[in-house]
Ligand binder design. Sequence first.
Ligand SMILES: NC(=O)c1ccc[n+]([C@@H]2O[C@H](COP(=O)([O-])OP(=O)(O)OC[C@H]3O[C@@H](n4cnc5c(N)ncnc54)[C@H](OP(=O)(O)O)[C@@H]3O)[C@@H](O)[C@H]2O)c1
Length: 230
Amino acid sequence: MSRTTKGQMKTTLAVIGGTGREGNAIAARFAKAGVRVLIGSRDAAKAQNAASALNARLGAAAPRVEGYSNRDAAAQADVVLLAVPYAGMPPILEDIRDAAQGKIVISVASSLDPERKSRAKPPAAGSVTAEVQQFFGDGVKVVCAFQNISPEKLEAVEEKIETDVIVCGNDKDARATAIDLIRCIGVDAFDGGALANAVAVEALTAVLIAVNIKYKVRGAGIRITGVPRV
Ligand SMILES: NC(=O)c1ccc[n+]([C@@H]2O[C@H](COP(=O)([O-])OP(=O)(O)OC[C@H]3O[C@@H](n4cnc5c(N)ncnc54)[C@H](OP(=O)(O)O)[C@@H]3O)[C@@H](O)[C@H]2O)c1
């Protein structure tokens, strides 16, 4: 992945479900960092409205965010970030199946117990990320990231995020590319190893929700210690 002369990433990022709270906040952070961001939605007009609202909020300094159908956004992107609820994923994966081939897909979803979101409920494949990887097959490199950052933290685009991101997936180069991309928004991202480990990252979401509830806070996060920060 290359950079512009200003040091910005020359990546086009599609945020599938970028109309929702988590995806929209992630889109805002990347646009602010100078990445070309395409918001995807099941409804292209809804995506265009979300992009216009984001452009108005970010001002002229950030590149213009664009809105498309999920499939068109994925087709134009180098990296596809999936920010839709786990329960609603199957038709969306089907819709972008061809457009995602040959690309990196970042899955931000966790599978939580619908009855109580402070409880993890991993799917049969072990994690949502593993299920997404199974769906796409070897032509797509799927990694997990962002499960442990709340939209509250991401939306405050002027504030530094203290929570770390852990990236897991079976392809070492895809993990490295995702980490490089995520670091451009000022978040520390760490290589968490193989796809089999995504279950831990996703289950941590339920742990953080339980912490939020217990301590009456919003946006509890995690921090890796013992590793030098670059
Ligand atoms: N919220 C958090 O605290 C948080 C934190 C970390 C990670 N995440 C993950 O981020 C993802 C998005 O979370 P969110 O809170 O932003 O979700 P959301 O607002 O409920 O949904 C995001 C977008 O997905 C589409 N969508 C919603 N329900 C759908 C359904 N049943 N079927 C198909 N598409 C549907 C909608 O887009 P269109 O109508 O435009 O297609 C919606 O704007 C989830 O996988 C979640 O696990 C969330």
